[in-house]
Design a protein around this ligand. Structure first.
Ligand code: ZN
Length: 223
């Protein structure tokens, strides 16, 4: 059967920074080297990738609790207002007619981090339990998780826009609360979690499964 070979089994490493293919260091037990083109640290496979991804994902999930329970901001509209959580604040913005901003805040603060954490858990389960998921499907999840990561800082960006709007219009006043620290930590932790996950592991499992299928076929031929 003709399957594209993995770089690793051909004695090559790929730089995850710039995708340069480099001959693996000759010394055995060398776990990493620097990319000659972009200077990023390269590994044949990222060491402890799954454990680190798990740890950061669980940390992120736990931090979502204070991020949602503690007040994130106080929107003072026409002189009145109480500290509110992300969900409460979104509702408040919506009720004050700022529904566009409410939508962006909701997507950036609730939908994106939750989707990201769920995606990471699925990826870890696929690799750790060798679930029967087509590698292309798994890669699709990885790409989505990776892509939405770029929108994580949208929320902090929104808070700055909100503050700017408030300064100009003076219809409302916004102050940041303790929950926003927890929220910012969730953003940072999930960013590292995505970086810790080594997508090449998906193809290693695929290769192993296919090798098992091949040897089984060979055995049957012999019989
Ligand atoms: Zn590189």
């Amino acid at each position: 059967m003709n399957r594209p070979a993995r770089a690793l089994s051909q004695g090559f490493w790929t730089c995850l920074g710039c995708r340069l293919l480099v001959k693996a260091p000759e010394k055995r037990n060398t776990l990493s080297c620097l990319c000659p083109r972009c200077g990023a640290r390269m590994h044949g496979r990222v060491e402890g990738s799954i454990m680190l991804t798990w740890a950061l994902t669980i940390t992120g999930a736990l931090l979502l609790i204070p991020a949602n329970i503690l007040p994130v901001m106080t929107v003072i509209y026409l002189g009145a207002g109480e500290p509110s959580t992300i969900v409460g604040g979104t509702l408040e913005l919506y009720q004050n007619g700022l529904w566009g901003i409410a939508l962006i805040v909701f997507v950036a603060s609730v939908a994106v981090p939750v989707m990201k954490l769920v995606g990471l858990v699925i990826l870890c389960l696929i690799v750790q339990w060798r679930l029967d998921v087509a590698p292309r499907q798994a890669m699709r999840i990885y790409r989505v998780v990776n892509a939405i990561g770029r929108w994580s800082l949208l929320d902090l960006f929104m808070i700055s826009i909100l503050v700017a709007l408030v300064d100009m219009g003076a219809i409302a006043e916004v102050a940041a609360g303790a929950g926003s620290t927890a929220f910012a930590t969730v953003v940072v932790v999930t960013m590292f979690a995505v970086r810790a996950f080594d997508p090449r592991l998906i193809w290693d499992i695929y290769e192993e499964k296919m090798a098992a299928v091949d040897s089984k076929a060979r055995d049957e031929e012999r019989e």
